[in-house]
Design a protein around this ligand. Sequence first.
Ligand SMILES: *[C@@H]1O[C@H](CO)[C@@H](O)[C@H](O)[C@H]1NC(C)=O
Ligand SMILES: *[C@@H]1O[C@H](CO)[C@@H](O)[C@H](O)[C@H]1NC(C)=O
Ligand SMILES: *[C@@H]1O[C@H](CO)[C@@H](O)[C@H](O)[C@H]1NC(C)=O
Ligand SMILES: *[C@@H]1O[C@H](CO)[C@@H](O)[C@H](O)[C@H]1NC(C)=O
Ligand SMILES: *[C@@H]1O[C@H](CO)[C@@H](O)[C@H](O)[C@H]1NC(C)=O
Ligand SMILES: *[C@@H]1O[C@H](CO)[C@@H](O)[C@H](O)[C@H]1NC(C)=O
Ligand SMILES: *[C@@H]1O[C@H](CO)[C@@H](O)[C@H](O)[C@H]1NC(C)=O
Ligand SMILES: *[C@@H]1O[C@H](CO)[C@@H](O)[C@H](O)[C@H]1NC(C)=O
Ligand SMILES: *[C@@H]1O[C@H](CO)[C@@H](O)[C@H](O)[C@H]1NC(C)=O
Length: 886
Amino acid sequence: MRLITNTALLAVAGSALAQDFSKDGNYGAPFPNTTYPGFESNNPYAIAGSLSNQTSPPKYPSPWGEGRGDWATAYTKARAFVRQLTLEEKVNLTTGTGWELDRCVGQTGSIPRLAFRALCLQDSPVGVRDTDFNSVFPAGVNVAATWDSGAAYARGQAMGSEHKGKGVDMQLGPVAGPLGRTAAGGRNWEGFSSDPVLTGVMFAESIKGIQSAGVMTSAKHFIGYEQEHFRLVGDAANYGFDIAASNSANLDDITMHEMYLWPFADGVRAGATSVMCSYNQVNNSHACQNSYVMNYLLKGELGFQGFVVSDWLGTNSGVASVLAGLDMTMPGDSNVYDSGDSYFGANLTVAVLNGTVPAWRLDDMAIRIMAGFYFVETNVTRGPINFSSWTLDTYNYEHYYVGEGWTQVNDHVNVRSDHANLIRSIGARSTVLLKNVNNTLPLTGNEPLTAVFGNDAGPNSDGPNSCSDRGCDEGTLGMAWGSGSSNFPYLVTPDTAIQNTVLAAGGAYESSLDNNALDTMGALARRANVSIFFANSDSGEFYIEVDGNLGDRNNLTFWQGADEALAAVTGNCSNTILVVHSTGPVLLEQYASNPNITAILWAGVPGQESGNSIADVLYGRVNPGAKLPFTIGANRSDYGTDILYTPNGAVPQIDFREGVFIDYRTFDRHNETPTYEFGFGMSYTTFNYSDLRITKLNVSDYVPYSGYTSPAPTYGNFSSDPADHLFPANFTRVPDYQYPWLNTTNLTEASKDPHYAAPGSIPLNAQNGSAQPYPKAGGAPGGNPMLYDVLYRVRATITNTGPLAGEEVPQLYISRGGPYDPVRELRGFERLSIQPNGSTTFNVDVTRRDVSSWDPVAQDWYVRNTTKRVWVGSSSRRLLLEGVLP
Ligand SMILES: *[C@@H]1O[C@H](CO)[C@@H](O)[C@H](O)[C@H]1NC(C)=O
Ligand SMILES: *[C@@H]1O[C@H](CO)[C@@H](O)[C@H](O)[C@H]1NC(C)=O
Ligand SMILES: *[C@@H]1O[C@H](CO)[C@@H](O)[C@H](O)[C@H]1NC(C)=O
Ligand SMILES: *[C@@H]1O[C@H](CO)[C@@H](O)[C@H](O)[C@H]1NC(C)=O
Ligand SMILES: *[C@@H]1O[C@H](CO)[C@@H](O)[C@H](O)[C@H]1NC(C)=O
Ligand SMILES: *[C@@H]1O[C@H](CO)[C@@H](O)[C@H](O)[C@H]1NC(C)=O
Ligand SMILES: *[C@@H]1O[C@H](CO)[C@@H](O)[C@H](O)[C@H]1NC(C)=O
Ligand SMILES: *[C@@H]1O[C@H](CO)[C@@H](O)[C@H](O)[C@H]1NC(C)=O
Ligand SMILES: *[C@@H]1O[C@H](CO)[C@@H](O)[C@H](O)[C@H]1NC(C)=O
């Protein structure tokens, strides 16, 4: 979502799309015989299912929640609650009141009659956004780099508790979309890794952690949201791009299942209470009104029991979206902030009264929302929302945009607790050691003169929060930009933290933080015993432009003039350490081979304790154990995928022609040597791998799920007389606010909906509430439970052969053996702590899903009859042990 000023209004999306029911089409083009000339991969499936203008098939009705899996108790409570509600009260749960009209970035209506206050939805994935006295946590990409599921859980729990302390009901995160199809993707840092398995584990643990604090999550963005450019008509227009609709991610069914949907299956299985649909289209139907992705994949196949919320202004229709599976619209307004009208609100009340939206569907929306609420919170009487997203002033307007309700809006509650320790620790434990010639690191602190260089080592001279939503690259990169940001309580710079260490050890310290001062830098480097150079590469969300970068990065090289400055240092100092802060891969080939660069560290986007975290690693207080969550290629073109920077049509078409071959899967396929491969990272100690053991477990054969749902239930009655749904007499309205009531008893007049949906235009079965068959691959949250049966247990012995205690992340890779499968794919990992001369067992359970392939014809998973090789290694290329699954 975005934060814009009131003047920067968005254009209305093409109105023809407003009733754009998902269309018939060739989604997933199953196993064509033809290959396509000019396609460099020999995987015909991907190309056949990733054509421009291909469409997404209709899938109706929208599955109703049944309280499956561990949702039974939450559903019992939700049913008891929703049974009591009136039509308007149900509608209130589904509709945001409007942008900047209440305190949270998204706020639903309330149910005053039952003392149920509005649900407060708040960014971001790194901490509570738009407030004060909160923490800023390391970004998702750093969490992935720890390869430590416990760190993901602990960070989630800490972030959740901070949201809870502010009165937030739902944290808008974590992120598994973008997955990282393109290295330059602007919001990749908010997510975890370009590998779906690593992302899936971190996503699931983050969800469990946040929700353990009594806060709902919004697992986002669903799905195919892999670039910032052309995600919305309105914000593209702000840069002069004239497009008719959001870009379309065109992908085949195998790629969808084996890559992009995979982490969402983990998130749903972990109990994600809501999923946020994304701005983009998927196969030319908007994600927030695409019945294939919401009804069929998410609520059907993945058995999702929570609710779908739109990304902010991601809703493009009322009836069409609701029938396709959207449960809540945010921030409530239609395609323009503060438009005063909504696709939901009164329109939804009318749509139920005129019979277009069946009563069971509205009941299902309300049930899903309340079940999500009860899944993590037990008591409808919660603490107050004690902050305002729109001002840090103590007193201001409750309804900020319209200037009504002057009151105390900020209590300035300090929710930081002792989270700084966790943040510092994750910052250090996510720092990847890429190069370390002759044990340059760790430093001792006794070097006579330590010199630190680069804009990225110092502060933003205007303060760490001076750029709105961190929309600039000044000083060190502790956080990237966009709605995935939050305000720093402080930002410890590398300059400060390294100086503290050096002074404590009695050394001399100087820093030179202006990358334009090349001569000064060269002169200092010549005198230094060790030079530490900090360089960065930033990115963010499309609504802010930084140095010509519209969210997505224009290049994979350094910002702030760091290359020239670094050359001035390396030309004068043969002991230069390079530290990289970046949102994703930066090309390092020339620095990897530069003899004067004796060590390289990737420190990602580490949050408020940035300097302390890097100093802990540089001086050996923390022995690095992190691994790259993406590939650092030698050339940008080696990735084989890129951002579409210029529209290729009125509706930009982004064809995922590479299929599953992103990041290391493409490097392996084409035998390209990266500078540093996926999963690589060194330690100050050394490890030996031995004794691979593979055990086959006795598990029964896979059985496709079968059976039928119950018919759609309804809860409570409502009067069909429009006169019973008018605004209450003497009700004082907040201007521009979205209400569930009608202005007039004439339904057409009350809705003012120009997109009259004639009864015949409703997709077949969309209003059908009769029992429906379960999908074969479905049946429970996360999909068919048999997919998670453990088929094999793989073990290996990891020994610390060096002088220091350290942490190692052994990785299990599998080849599924099919002609179009990746050479190998990550399927398990564990971060182990091992004492010198000590040994530990690496233990991975290989599930049925891990060795399965998606069959787009059968619409189910199957295990192909091929030899399946396994490797255990310290990276995707350092494959130290090898075996075959029996
Ligand atoms: C390929 O085409 C042949 C002949 O039309 C057909 O028999 C076969 O089933 C097709 N194979 C696949 C995988 O669709
Ligand atoms: C996609 O549709 C647009 C608009 O109708 C058309 O201009 C374009 O040629 C089509 N592209 C392909 C590959 O069919
Ligand atoms: C809907 O929510 C609004 C805003 O919180 C509130 O003023 C109104 O009373 C609610 N309507 C109903 C029917 O509860
Ligand atoms: C209902 O939705 C339409 C757009 O489809 C919009 O033009 C109209 O103003 C909405 N009505 C209300 C009451 O918000
Ligand atoms: C029912 O109301 C909805 C929402 O205003 C509108 O889109 C739809 O066209 C109406 N349908 C009929 C048959 O009146
Ligand atoms: C719900 O919360 C309110 C206010 O904190 C408290 O008075 C009440 O006892 C709680 N009810 C339950 C069932 O926990
Ligand atoms: C590393 O140390 C060894 C032994 O002292 C020395 O021969 C070698 O030149 C050193 N390598 C570099 C790159 O400094
Ligand atoms: C890469 O982009 C950054 C940020 O816009 C810019 O500072 C830098 O000069 C660019 N690098 C090259 C080689 O163009
Ligand atoms: C490495 O540093 C030394 C100074 O210590 C300098 O003379 C030499 O030119 C540098 N080499 C490179 C490749 O920059």
